[in-house]
Design a protein around this ligand. Structure first.
Ligand SMILES: Nc1ncnc2c1ncn2[C@@H]1O[C@H](COP(=O)(O)OP(=O)(O)OP(=O)(O)O)[C@@H](O)[C@H]1O
Length: 97
């Protein structure tokens, strides 16, 4: 959660400094929201599974791995959005046109 908070803050500051437009803000915000939503749901699934099945069980493993997979998919989406939206202006800021 701390990592997600830090990453969200860095993306928001980068967006402001690089003056991304409204459409680009929507992509960045959708990526941030996707990661937060899946991470919160993953935490909920983990805690519910621990409560319902403290001992090892194949279904508990599938539930936890599926929830963690959702976080991975959202994180890959967020990384792609970050590169596509922030990559070009960052490149221009550091290396010129
Ligand atoms: N009750 C269980 N039965 C079977 N496999 C489990 C069970 N609990 C966890 N596992 C397996 O162990 C892995 C790690 O479980 P754990 O609860 O530590 O999740 P985590 O993603 O590391 O959680 P956290 O974010 O709290 O570190 C799961 O992805 C799953 O494959």
């Amino acid at each position: 959660m701390k990592f997600h908070l830090l990453a969200s803050a860095i993306v928001a500051i980068a967006g402001a400094v690089l003056r991304v437009d409204a459409g680009e803000w929507l992509w960045l915000l959708s990526a941030i929201a996707a990661v937060w939503v899946t991470e919160l749901l993953n935490t909920g699934v983990e805690r519910a599974v621990d409560l319902a099945s403290p001992d090892d069980h194949e279904l508990a493993k599938i539930a936890k791995d599926a929830a963690a997979g959702a976080v991975l998919v959202a994180s890959l989406y967020a990384a792609a959005v970050g590169v596509i939206v922030l990559g070009p202006p960052l490149w221009r800021a550091f290396f010129g046109s």
